[in-house]
Design a protein around this ligand. Structure first.
Ligand SMILES: [Mn+2]
Length: 310
């Protein structure tokens, strides 16, 4: 943590990245860190790199980043487990790369790697970093809002086991800052009617195996029928978590050139399965890719096996 502060102090230009297809924690960690640096080191240039996500624009906006901005720059990559997932691959052209993440550190791509797999979110790590250096750093309300949104996003509103006593303690401090939790909650959980209809369709049609495994396949045809995107469908993966008797489940969502595999679990380890299909993630929530609907059976049998072994 002190190396991160030293690296920031030593840099004149700082470019902050996060993963592709950003979620609230990706935005929250990236943009809160940018706000903290701007507040405390106004003489430095701080840029937020990556493609903007329309549904997260209410939190923050990305900057236009030119190739030249990476020259002699400190690059900080938040919430991104591996190099391929970094949004804007020019990150590697910076002078120094600093990884800040809470996923398993299988790809320590940074010159510095600060990884806390027990942290609920990378946003929580940013708060911890600020908190550790409280004597020298100020936390602007905007940063508090972004961190709060990131924690809410990655803990499913403080429901997942990853929300630790520390997470709640930090949250209790964050909510003393002047921002509206209602605005954040409403914006994060607002759902389009057609997405809810797809959700209804999934609830009507899913089946649960005797092992406690459910599998949902969403083809491009279905996405078209419900006028939803693959990204929107991906966000529905948590919805089967309340099904009585479910132990693990998987969504297969067809994109243009691949089928995205979203694995979720109540106990069986699923990231080992994801790793066999060009993916990875957390033990209980992982993602992967397959290229043929024929492969679905294989992934589902592996998931059943993992469930029986758990
Ligand atoms: Mn995260």
């Amino acid at each position: 943590m002190s190396e991160l502060l030293n690296a920031i102090k030593a840099a004149q230009k700082i470019v902050i990245h996060r993963h592709v297809r950003p979620d609230p924690d990706a935005y929250g960690s990236q943009c809160s860190l940018a706000e903290i640096i701007k507040e405390n080191f106004p003489e430095k240039t701080v840029l937020r790199a990556g493609e903007g996500e329309p549904t997260l624009q209410f939190l923050s906006k990305m900057d236009e980043v030119e190739d030249v901005d990476f020259k002699d720059a400190l690059v900080i990559v938040c919430d991104t487990a591996n190099q391929a997932r970094v949004d804007d691959q020019r990150y590697a052209t910076g002078a120094t790369v600093f990884k800040v993440d809470h996923h398993p550190n299988d790809d320590p791509y940074g010159d510095y790697n600060w990884v806390e797999t027990t942290a609920s979110s990378t946003s929580e790590m940013i708060y911890e970093w600020y908190s550790t250096h409280k004597e020298e750093l100020r936390l602007p309300a905007k940063a508090a809002e972004l961190i709060y949104a990131g924690i809410v996003g990655d803990t499913g509103r403080f429901l997942f086991p990853s929300a630790s006593p520390k997470t709640y303690r930090y949250a209790s401090e964050l909510v003393t800052y002047p921002f509206s939790r209602t605005v954040i909650h409403d914006a994060l959980y607002e759902t389009k009617a057609n997405v809810l209809r797809l959700q209804g369709h999934i609830l009507q049609t899913f089946s649960l195996s005797e092992e406690g495994v459910a599998s949902v396949s969403i083809t491009r045809q279905m996405l078209k029928q419900f006028e939803t995107t693959a990204q929107e469908a991906s966000q529905l993966v948590g919805m089967l978590g309340n099904v009585s008797g479910i132990k693990a489940w998987v969504f297969f969502i067809e994109e243009e050139h691949l089928i995205r595999v979203r694995l979720r679990s109540k106990g069986p380890v699923v990231n080992t399965i994801a790793k066999r299909y060009e993916g990875g993630g957390h033990p209980l929530a992982a993602g992967a890719s397959i290229y043929d609907w024929e492969m679905v059976h294989q992934v589902v049998s592996e998931l059943k096996r993992a469930t029986l072994e758990a």
